[in-house]
Structure formats: C-alpha cells, structure tokens
Design a protein around this ligand. Sequence first.
Ligand code: SF4
Ligand code: SF4
Length: 123
Amino acid sequence: MFKSIKYTLLSMFIVFKHLFKRPVTLEYPEKKNLVNEYFRGKPVVNSNCIKCGICMRVCPSGAIKIDENSFKIDLKKCIFCGNCTFYCIKDAIKMSEAYELASSEKESLELIYKIGGENERNI
Ligand code: SF4
Ligand code: SF4
C-alpha cells in the first residue's frame, strides 16, 4: 500500500517536472528540422553536367541512366550513398536537402533532368 502511494507520487513528480520543459519533438509537417551540412537528400543535377557517365558507372544500385536526351535518376533504386556526387568531375550532381520524397505515384519517383539541369518532374 505504502509502496504504491510512493510510486504514484514519484510518477506525478516526474510528469510535473517535464510539464514546463520545451518539447523535444516537432509538430511535423508545420515545423521542420533543419538538416545538417552532411545530409544526403534528393540527388539534383545542374547544368554543369557533360554526360560523361562516371556517376552512372559508380552508382552501386544502377539508379542513374543517361541517354542522348535525358539524365534519369530512379529514386526507387537510389540508396542516397552520395557516390555520384563524390566522383563527378564537374560538380554537376549534388545531394540536396530535400527529404520529403514519398509519393503514391511510382512515375514521380523517377527524376528526369534535361541536359540544362531542369527537372521535368517536380517532387
Ligand atoms: S553528373 Fe557529373 S559524373 Fe554524372 S554525367 Fe554529369 S558530369 Fe558526368
Ligand atoms: S546517391 Fe548513390 S545510389 Fe543514389 S544515384 Fe547517387 S550513386 Fe546512385
């Protein structure tokens, strides 16, 4: 009996102790955490790209396809390793801070960049 009162009071004390502290979680999606400089989000290609194909060869999951007219990155395959950005000789591909990449449409997970670096699908 005495023990249960003791533990009830103890738990109430802990609740009150935390009641006026700042919450450690964010009310997502209204509030979002800033990502740090090493974060690897959606890969983005810019106009420096010369289509040399190095990134395609070093991509461990075969997510990059380059042909005459387009540069495609399949986010379904991408493991966000950053290899493509590391080996790019023209600084043309970057891991952006974008992390909200979920989609109910499979097609929108395929990023198609024109050679000018413009993304045809905005996700
Ligand atoms: S992104 Fe870089 S490595 Fe990939 S094809 Fe373009 S220039 Fe070459
Ligand atoms: S981040 Fe890694 S898996 Fe994704 S496209 Fe670049 S090399 Fe391929």
